[in-house]
Design a protein around this ligand. Structure first.
Ligand code: HEM
Length: 415
C-alpha cells in the first residue's frame, strides 16, 4: 500500500512519456516525468518538492473529460470539468470533517474540548459549501450556446451521480423516504451504478456510507437527549416531571409574549378582517408551539424522547449564558449555519442552471430546475434546530433557572 501511494497511474505515466511507443519526448514534459522517479531513487521524502507533494503534474493532466488531452477542448469545457473537480475535492474535505464531528458526538460523554473541536469542523464544512456556491458565478460566465457546444458529450451523466454529495446527505442524516424521485424508473442508488446495473466506485462508496452509523443527526439527538434540563438528567427518578414542568412554564411565558405581540399587531391592523387574521395567526403559533414541544408528530412510543430532545434545544438556546451551555449553543448555531449553507448551495445551483440552460430536462433525466428547487425546499435534516427559533422568548420572560450550580454558574455571575 505505502509504496504505491501517490504513484501516477499507468495512463498518466504514458501521457508524460508521450508517443505511442513510449519513447521519451524531449523538452519540459520529459523533465516533468522525473520528479517521482527522482524522489523514489533518493529514498522518498528527503528532499520533498512542491510539485511532488501536491501532485501538480498529475492534477493538471486530468481536465480532458473523455478525450485524451484537453488541448482540443474549449475553455468553457475545461472550466466546466475543473470546477466540478474542485467541488468534488471540497466535498471530500466536507465528508472528512463531518465524519470527525459525528465521531466526537458518538461518545457517551462528550467533553467540552470536543465541543470546541466539533464547532471548528462544523463551521469549516459550512465554509466549504460557501466556496462551492461561489463557483456557480464562474459557471455563469458561460453562455447557453457555449454549454450546448459540449453538453451532448455528458449525457446521460449528471451531478446527480455525485457519490460524495450523496455521502454528505447520508452522513448528515437525510432519510431515503425524504428523497425525490429522479423522474424516471431509476432511484438515486441505481443512478450510481453502471448502465448494465453493475456496481461502480460511486455505488460502492454510497452503499458503504449507508452502513456507516450513526448519522450526525442521530449522534446529536443522543447527545441532546442527555442534556441536563433544570439540573435534571434522564436517568434521574423525577426527570419526566422536571422536564414537563419546565415546558409548561415555558409555554405559559410564551403565551404571555404572544398575547402582547397580538395586541401590538392588531392595534395597527387596517380593518376587521385583518385583525381576525392576525389573531388567528398568533393563536396558531401558540398551538404549534405546544404540539412541537410535546412531539405530537412523533410515534406515541417515541414522544417522550423527542419531547425531551426539543426541551433540551429550548433550554440550551434560552440559558446559553450558563458556562456549561455556551459550547452546546455554539454547536447548535454551527449546525444551523451549515444547513443554511447547504440549502443556499442548492438554491444557487438551481438559479445558475436556470440561467445557463433554462428549464429543460437535465442530462440525468430529472425535471432540471424544478427538481433542484424541490430538493432545496425538502432536503432538510435538522428541522428541529430551526423550528425551536420560532419559540424563543425574551430573557426577562424565561422561567427561573433551577439548580444553577449544575451549569457551572456562580451566584452574581453573568448578569
Ligand atoms: C452549466 C453547469 C451546470 C448545469 C447546467 C447543471 C445542471 C444540473 C441539473 C439539470 C441537475 C439535475 C439532475 C439532472 O437531471 O441532471 C444537476 C444536478 C446536480 N448538479 Fe449540476 N449543473 C451544472 C454545474 C454543476 C456544478 C459546478 C456542480 C458542482 C458541485 C454541480 C453539482 C450537481 C449536483 C451535486 C447535482 C445533484 C443534485 C441533487 O440530486 O440533489 N452542478 N445539475
Amino acid at each position: 500500500m505505502q509504496a504505491s501511494r501517490g504513484a501516477p497511474s499507468k495512463r498518466t505515466r504514458a501521457r508524460f512519456r508521450g508517443g505511442v511507443c513510449g519513447r521519451p519526448r524531449a523538452g519540459p514534459l520529459r523533465a516533468a516525468a522525473r520528479p517521482w522517479q527522482r524522489a523514489r531513487a533518493m529514498g522518498g521524502g528527503k528532499s520533498t518538492v512542491y510539485w511532488d507533494y501536491i501532485k501538480i503534474e498529475e492534477i493538471l493532466a486530468l481536465q480532458a473529460g473523455i478525450a485524451e488531452s484537453d488541448a482540443g477542448l474549449s475553455n468553457d469545457e475545461v472550466m466546466f470539468i475543473t470546477v466540478h473537480q474542485i467541488d468534488e475535492l471540497w466535498f471530500k474535505l466536507a465528508i472528512r470533517e463531518l465524519a470527525h464531528v459525528r465521531d466526537l458526538f458518538a461518545h457517551e460523554k462528550v467533553r467540552e474540548q470536543s465541543l470546541a473541536n466539533a464547532v471548528r469542523g462544523i463551521r469549516r464544512t459550512a465554509l466549504l459549501f460557501e466556496m462551492v456556491t461561489g463557483h456557480f458565478a464562474l459557471m455563469e460566465t458561460m453562455t447557453t450556446r457555449d454549454y450546448l457546444g459540449f453538453r451532448d458529450k455528458l449525457s446521460p451523466a449528471s451531478g446527480f451521480q455525485s457519490a460524495q454529495l450523496r455521502e454528505i446527505e447520508i452522513l448528515l442524516g437525510l432519510k431515503i423516504e425524504q428523497r425525490l424521485p429522479l423522474g424516471h424508473d431509476h432511484d438515486y442508488l441505481r443512478a450510481l451504478r453502471y448502465p448494465d446495473g453493475s456496481e461502480s466506485p460511486a455505488s460502492r462508496r454510497v452503499e458503504a456510507r449507508l452502513h456507516d452509523s450513526p448519522t450526525l443527526h442521530e449522534a446529536i439527538g443522543e447527545w441532546l437527549y442527555r442534556t441536563p434540563i433544570q439540573g435534571s438528567t434522564p436517568e434521574q427518578r423525577c426527570d419526566e416531571e422536571v422536564v414537563e414542568r419546565f415546558l409548561e412554564r415555558y409555554l405559559t411565558a410564551q403565551a404571555g409574549e404572544l398575547a402582547e405581540a397580538t395586541k401590538l399587531a392588531t392595534a395597527a391592523a387596517p380593518g376587521e378582517a385583518d385583525r381576525q387574521r392576525l389573531e388567528q395567526r398568533y393563536r396558531q403559533e401558540q398551538i404549534n408551539a405546544r404540539a412541537f414541544l410535546m412531539a405530537e408528530d412523533a410515534e406515541p412510543a417515541q414522544r417522550r424522547r423527542w419531547s425531551r430532545i426539543r426541551a433540551a434545544l429550548l433550554f440550551i438556546e434560552s440559558y446559553r449564558e450558563l458556562p456549561l451551555l455556551a459550547w452546546p449553543r455554539e454547536v447548535l448555531d454551527g449546525i444551523v449555519e451549515l444547513e443554511q449553507a447547504f440549502v443556499i448551495f442548492r438554491q444557487r445551483h438551481a438559479r445558475m442552471v436556470e440561467r445557463v440552460v433554462g428549464r429543460r430536462t437535465g442530462t440525468g433525466g430529472s425535471a432540471g430546475v424544478d427538481y433542484l428547487d424541490q430538493t432545496a425546499l425538502r432536503y432538510r435534516v435538522f428541522r428541529d434546530l430551526w423550528a425551536v427559533r420560532t419559540l424563543l422568548i425574551q430573557r426577562s420572560a424565561l422561567p427561573p433557572l433551577e439548580r444553577p450550580e449544575v451549569y457551572g454558574f456562580v451566584a452574581g455571575e453573568g448578569e
